[in-house]
Structures are given as structure tokens and as C-alpha cells.
Design a protein around this ligand. Structure first.
Ligand SMILES: Cc1cc2nc3c(=O)[nH]c(=O)nc-3n(C[C@H](O)[C@H](O)[C@H](O)COP(=O)(O)OP(=O)(O)OC[C@H]3O[C@@H](n4cnc5c(N)ncnc54)[C@H](O)[C@@H]3O)c2cc1C
Length: 416
């Protein structure tokens, strides 16, 4: 019998990869993480200026895996979400838009155990909490070094690293993000397209309390979201055409602030920048398959989606929970965890949800980043209809909170 370096080698120690490592360790498996970024550098404020809306079910998983305590002081409860379809931003328009949608956590309190609609957390705080938990559990992290190739035979898979080392395991997981090297090495193609849009991301501090309310305005160039953070700050995700975003990147701080205030409005008093501005080009990418012999894809390596619904990472965390559950069960049954039959169970579980969500977000982008009068009317009627029908509102809230569908145990708050 061949000895391996680990049960599962995970290429990519980002948020999805680290979560998978913790989930596997909780099930008695031995994971090993590999990443070209030194683990510490991921924690710097300049590394990733984004914040993530985390579904309440995703947060349950982190609690179960031991990262909840470190995350709690940085997690802002989202109590309400207000969606406005406006030609002018709702916040600064003279009156409220005729069409709006209002989600309130109190409406689903019976089924979500009083949890909020979700939590808003800065990515650097998520990375810090996950990396501290990974290190506390003595999970091996090889960094900085990247995976550069994959060889597979009947007994296992070998990952070739950029420094020439070769590591073997029964299973390899790519959590490498959109440019996954191992996905390509395994011959899995991907489909996708650009949106001609970029997300301008900035953190601001407001004068008046945000009270846990998230706002999303659908403007002709794309959505403008004000997402509440702890310490009365907010993360802005301001979608613009790539050209306009580039002009914003070049703008002086004063010009940037004045453009920002035209969209933000003055309903939260004065607004100050509380960190650097980041620009992310937006595109869709979907892997043609979730698995290849002795390889599984999770997170953005499998599906990179538009941030319009704040669900990209949540999908990746669901992949991690589902894969860990499948592998834990295979281990209990004495199966080969890298075998095709085990991997097919994972692919079957996640394939449909990933593809339907990616395409739903794609349709939202097309429907909402558009100034066509007919489309504006149709979506206004749609928003108003959903707003009037309480079960429809509750459905969308549970969907966004990750509380519906065939949920992995970890997302239900249980342990493996
Ligand atoms: C503007 C914006 C806002 C967003 N907001 C939200 C939100 O509110 N909620 C939400 O759920 N999602 C959101 N998302 C999506 C979310 O950020 C991504 O889905 C998430 O970061 C993907 O995580 P990941 O771990 O799969 O990949 P990544 O974060 O891309 O991590 C990949 C890791 O793999 C490493 N790596 C790369 N190549 C290799 C290699 N060859 N070998 C080993 N390691 C490698 C990288 O160094 C990195 O650490 C947003 C996205 C954008 C652009």
C-alpha cells in the first residue's frame, strides 16, 4: 500500500479551501493546504478590500468548525435589505422609488432561529479567523508555493509544486479560484463571458447609524450596494462599466468622493472613506465538470459569478460542506475517497445548484443593468409583486440565507 502525504491535498488556502480543510479535519481526515501567497500576507488590508455577505447557514458552518468566536466581533448582522430600482439612486432621489422590495429578518425568525438575513464581514477578517483556526488545528500549510501539475494513477494523485516537490494523496481538490491550474491540467474546460462591468469596492464610515440595513440600488450601469459593517462602516460595491470604473480609479480623492455622494445621498449624514479603493473586473466562469479522476473543484475554481446577489463565496462554502460530508461518509464506509463513484456523489449534489445559481445571477445582471423602458416597467412590477406577497418574500430571504434546498449537515449547524 502506498503511503501518501495527506488524505486530501487542497490547492488554494483562500476562504473556500481553508473552510474545506477545517471541515475535513473535523471528520478525521488529514488535509494539506498549498498556496502561492504567504498565509500572513492574505491578512493585510491591502490584500483584499472586499467584504462578504455571508448567509446565516454559511456562518453556522464556521461556528461548528471553530472559527465562529474569532469572527463574531467582526460580523455585522444584516437585519433588513432594501432593494430599489432607480434611474437616480434611491438614496439621493427626491422621493422614494415607486418600486422597491423590503426584506426583514423578523419575518423568517421562526425558521432561522432568530438569525439575521446574513452577516457582513470584511474578507481580511474572514481570512484571519480561518487561518488562525487552521493553524490552531495543526493543519499543514505549504506557502508560498503553487500547484503546477497533476498526475493520476490507480493508487492516487500526485501534485507537482512550482518548487519541484511532488506530493501524493488519494484525492486532490482545486480551490485555486478562477484561474485554476489544476482544472486545466485535468482537461476540464470552462465556459463564461465578461460583463463589461467592474465592481468598485470601498469601505466608508457614516455619521448616522446604519442599523443593520443593506441597500441595493439598481442603476442603469449596474447595481450600487451599501452593505453595513461593524463600527458604523459600510462596504460599497459600486458596479460601473469598465470604462467608467477605470475613470474612477484615475480620479482625485475629491472627485471620487463627489461621484460617490451623488450615488450614496445624504440619508446617513456625512460619509468618509475608511480605506483604499479596489476595482474588480466582473465576469462569469463555469467549469464544464466538477470532477476529474482523483480531482474535485470547489469555490471559484468551479464557478465564478457576478456579485449582484452576494452569493459567490456562499456557493463555494456550500461546495466545501457538501464535499466534506461525502468524503466523511466514504471514510466511514471504508471506500476509496478519491474514487470516481465517491466523487460522482459530490458532483451530483452540487452541479445543479451551482449552474442554476450562476445563470440566475447572470439573468439578474441582464435584467437590472439595463435602462430599456419596457424592462424597467417589467422588473418594477416584478419587485412590487414580490414585495406584496409575504410567502414570496420569505422564500427569497431563505434562499439568500442559504436555508433552503438539500443542505449539507454543516450548513444546518450539525457536525460531521
Ligand atoms: C466585488 C465583489 C464582491 C463580492 N461580494 C461577495 C459577497 O458579498 N458574498 C459572497 O458570497 N461572495 C462575494 N463575492 C465572491 C467571492 O469574493 C468569491 O466567490 C470568493 O472570494 C472565492 O473564494 P475562493 O476561495 O473560491 O477563491 P479565491 O478567493 O480566488 O482564492 C483562491 C486561492 O487559491 C490560491 N491559488 C491560486 N492558484 C493556485 C495554485 N496554482 N496552487 C495553489 N493555490 C493557488 C490563491 O492564492 C488564493 O489564495 C464577491 C466578488 C466580488 C468580485
Amino acid at each position: 500500500m502506498r503511503t501518501h502525504d495527506a488524505d486530501v491535498i487542497i490547492a488554494g488556502a483562500g476562504m473556500a479551501g481553508s473552510t474545506l480543510a477545517l471541515a475535513l479535519a473535523s471528520a478525521g481526515l488529514k488535509p494539506l493546504l498549498v498556496d502561492p501567497q504567504p498565509f500572513d500576507s492574505q491578512l493585510a488590508p491591502s490584500f483584499d478590500g472586499r467584504s462578504s455577505a455571508i448567509a446565516y447557514s454559511s456562518f453556522r458552518q464556521w461556528r461548528t468548525l471553530g472559527a465562529g468566536e474569532a469572527l463574531a466581533p467582526h460580523a455585522q448582522r444584516i437585519e433588513q435589505i432594501l432593494v430599489t430600482d432607480g434611474k437616480a439612486p434611491g438614496a439621493s432621489a427626491s422621493g422614494p422609488s415607486a418600486f422597491f422590495l423590503r426584506f426583514d429578518s423578523s419575518e423568517i425568525a421562526d425558521r432561522s432561529d432568530g438569525e439575521p438575513l446574513g452577516y457582513l464581514i470584511e474578507n481580511r477578517q474572514i481570512r484571519a479567523a480561518l487561518s488562525a483556526t487552521v493553524l490552531a488545528q495543526n493543519i499543514t500549510v505549504l506557502a508560498p508555493v503553487a500547484a503546477s501539475g497533476l498526475e493520476v494513477d490507480a493508487g492516487g494523485a500526485t501534485v507537482i509544486l512550482t518548487d519541484g516537490r511532488r506530493l501524493s494523496a488519494p484525492l486532490v481538490v482545486s480551490a485555486e479560484g478562477r484561474q485554476s491550474v489544476l482544472r486545466k491540467a485535468a482537461g476540464i474546460g470552462d465556459i463564461g463571458w465578461g460583463y463589461g462591468q467592474s465592481g468598485v469596492v470601498a469601505t466608508v464610515r457614516m455619521q448616522r447609524p446604519h442599523e443593520g440595513v443593506a441597500h441595493e440600488y439598481f442603476l442603469p450601469n449596474g447595481p450600487f450596494a451599501i452593505l453595513p459593517l461593524t463600527d458604523n462602516r459600510a462596504s460599497l460595491v459600486w458596479t460601473e462599466t469598465t470604462k467608467a470604473a477605470e475613470a474612477l480609479r484615475q480620479a482625485s480623492p475629491e472627485a471620487f468622493h463627489s461621484h460617490l455622494m451623488r450615488r450614496f445621498g445624504d440619508f446617513l449624514g456625512t460619509v468618509e472613506m475608511a480605506g483604499p479603493t479596489f476595482i474588480y473586473p466582473l465576469s462569469l466562469s463555469l467549469a464544464e465538470r466538477l470532477t476529474a479522476p482523483r480531482l474535485a473543484l470547489i469555490g471559484d475554481a468551479a464557478h465564478g459569478v457576478h456579485p449582484i446577489a452576494g452569493q459567490g463565496l456562499n456557493l463555494g462554502l456550500k461546495d466545501a460542506a457538501a464535499l466534506a460530508e461525502v468524503l466523511a461518509e466514504a471514510l466511514r464506509n471504508g471506500e476509496d475517497i478519491g474514487s470516481d463513484v465517491v466523487l460522482e456523489r459530490y458532483a451530483r449534489w452540487r452541479r445543479f445548484d451551482n449552474v442554476t445559481n450562476a445563470l440566475a445571477f447572470d439573468s439578474f445582471v441582464r435584467l437590472f443593468s439595463n435602462d430599456n423602458r419596457l424592462l424597467r416597467l417589467a422588473r418594477g412590477i416584478g419587485l412590487a409583486a414580490v414585495n406584496r406577497i409575504a410567502p414570496a418574500r420569505r422564500f427569497f430571504m431563505h434562499e439568500a440565507g442559504g436555508g433552503v434546498g438539500d443542505l449539507p449537515i454543516l450548513l444546518r449547524g450539525g457536525a460531521l
